[in-house]
Design a protein around this ligand. Structure first.
Ligand code: PEP
Ligand code: MG
Length: 557
């Protein structure tokens, strides 16, 4: 029986298992010199680590993308975080060595982060990274690097972002971890490195013995121990070559397969994977990596670099979507008792991030003017009222006027709304009438329809868009789009599941946007769809009673 986890890089890898152990707080017991001497050692180590993290960020920015670079930039902030620096200083004043001070201060904070939910808990891995780098620098060592036999599958309780980025992608057949969620930074890096990965497998993974052959099936989200040859071939065969052309169903329905990207670097990866355009540019990545929000010129350059990659194709830029599970240091948010139901997305763009919203819109309309033949879209996140959309659209028009008044070129982008809240589903017709396109954000839509936190573990099948409640919501939005003559796109993770492609096409969605690494498999899935049969399947799936019935129908296809 395969072990089940969360497939985070939809690739399949096979190789001998190699267990790596978590980074430890080695050296914490070193005997202490005088406090001033220890402070001096700590200051030197901090400078070394700051420089190493800066280099790691620059490296990630050029090889992976802005989002991956932001991980290391955010780690740098821990070095100057007063909670950490004051705790280390106090420990040294009490006679501790620099090593012991690092261990004490970081362990306390790691414990606090681990007690939190979702992405906050995942930041504990970042703290572990910084702690181990500091301890390494105090002992004269460099960044942590895992040694993996060539072609091995890395098995671990968990991996930190630095451990993951330190892996040689060509030499690693796959990654499987006991803990970890699909949105953990290490998972994001593994996806960018295109290493097959399955996380959150659970304690059963520990039954795998060093050297045993394992298949990491990131497509199915499974780990198979000692599989027969035929099974390896079947699973490896589920990977797909790049299809560098538009695709259609067997009966001629054209389906656009665009990509979800964070900036120019992964836009290029997406283009190389055969993406037809960008269905979601998550612009917050540009803000994540800085202590101050980027100015209009920086943003324009970044957006224009993405439109350049997709010369002639559609690029949809989503305005800032911070708050909830996406904290941005440069734009602090009063989280409130329930961040997911508090200030998020467009709500923050009205207040208190109004000025940043204006700057961003000016950058978008300027970039839209430079995009040659391609169409630039501007899409708003977390909309739940018509009034929010109307206000945001007015701001776009104001941005066009302001830029032109300064004598610069501006073009009004296509206007779109993400459908992520149940409210947006129920008023989809009114929203559609005021938009050039709608885009289903099924990650958030699922969490709000099912009242199940997308970041929390332990909610099992509730956080699954393959529930009839979510699928009926999608069907309602498609009907609303048809009534208003407005195309409905989908950019949530659901679109990247090849098994769901016939259902989505059957529901009438012909604009999919998926992670770059998923583009080939989704394009292949489109080419296998018979649109007429897909309509019948979609009807059955929407009429199903529960998630299990939906999965049975998908498996029977
Ligand atoms: C979504 O919610 O489905 C979506 C695409 O947005 P994000 O995952 O960035 O919240
Ligand atoms: Mg969302």
């Amino acid at each position: 029986m395969p072990l089940e986890g969360i497939g985070t890089t939809p690739r399949v890898g096979v190789g001998p298992a190699h267990w790596v152990t978590a980074t430890t707080a080695a050296g914490a017991t070193t005997s202490a010199g005088a406090p001033d001497e220890e402070r001096g050692r700590l200051a030197t180590a901090t400078d070394t680590v700051a420089a190493a993290l800066e280099a790691a960020a620059a490296d990630a920015a050029s090889t992976l993308g802005e989002e991956e670079a932001a991980i290391f930039e955010a780690q740098q902030l821990f070095l100057t975080d007063p909670t950490v620096t004051e705790a280390m200083d106090e420990a040294i004043a009490d006679g501790a060595s620099a090593e012991a001070a690092v261990a004490t201060a970081f362990d306390a904070l790691i414990e606090q982060f681990e007690a939190m939910d979702g992405r906050m808990a995942e930041r504990a891995d970042d703290l572990r990274d910084v702690r181990s780098r500091l301890l390494g620098a105090l002992g004269g060592a460099t960044a942590p690097r895992l040694s993996v036999p060539d072609g091995g599958v890395v098995l671990a309780e968990r991996l930190t972002p630095a451990e993951t980025i330190g892996l040689e992608p060509e030499g690693v057949a796959g990654i499987a971890t006991v803990t970890g969620g699909g949105t953990a930074h290490a998972a994001i890096i593994a996806q960018a490195l295109e290493i097959p990965a399955v996380v959150g497998v659970g304690e059963e993974l520990t039954t795998v013995v060093e050297g045993q052959t394992v298949v990491v099936d990131g497509v199915a989200g499974e780990v198979v121990i000692d599989p027969p040859r035929a099974e390896v071939d079947r699973r490896v065969g589920t990977q797909h070559p790049v299809i560098d052309a538009p695709v259609q169903t067997t009966d001629g329905v054209a389906v656009q397969v665009a990509a979800n990207v964070t900036g120019p670097a992964d836009a290029q990866t997406a283009a190389d994977a055969g993406a037809d355009g960008v269905g979601l540019l998550r612009s917050e990545a540009l803000f994540l990596e800085r202590e101050q929000p980027p100015d209009a010129a920086t943003q324009t350059a970044s957006y224009a670099a993405v439109t350049d990659v997709f010369d002639g194709a559609e690029v949809i830029i989503r305005t800032l979507d911070v708050g909830g599970d996406k904290p941005v240091t440069s734009l602090p948010v009063e989280a409130g008792p329930n961040p997911m139901l508090g200030q998020r997305g467009i709500r923050l763009s009205r207040q208190p991030h109004r000025a940043e919203f204006t700057t961003q819109l000016e950058a978008i309309v300027t970039a839209a003017a430079t995009a040659d033949a391609g169409r630039v879209g501007c899409m708003f996140p977390m909309v739940s009222t018509v009034e929010e959309l109307a206000w945001a659209t007015e701001q776009v028009d104001a941005a066009v006027a302001a830029v032109r008044e300064r004598g610069d070129a501006a073009r009004r982008p296509a206007i779109g709304t993400m459908i992520e809240t149940p409210a947006a589903v129920f008023i989809a017709e009114e929203l559609a009438a005021r938009c050039d396109f709608l885009s289903l954000g099924t990650n958030d839509l699922t969490q709000y329809v099912m009242a199940a936190d997308r970041e929390a573990g332990g909610l099992g099948g509730l956080v699954d868009a393959r529930h009839p409640a979510v699928l009926r919501a999608i069907a309602m939005v498609v009907a609303a789009g048809e009534a208003a003559g407005t195309p409905v796109h989908i950019c949530g993770q659901l679109a990247g599941d090849p098994e769901m492609v016939p259902v989505l096409v059957g529901l009438g969605i012909t604009d999919l946007s998926v992670a770059p690494v998923s583009v080939p498999a989704v394009k292949a899935a489109v080419q296998a769809v018979d649109a007429a049969a897909a309509r019948t399947l979609a009807e059955a799936v929407v009429a199903a009673t529960d998630r299990e019935a939906v999965i049975d129908l998908l498996e029977a296809t």
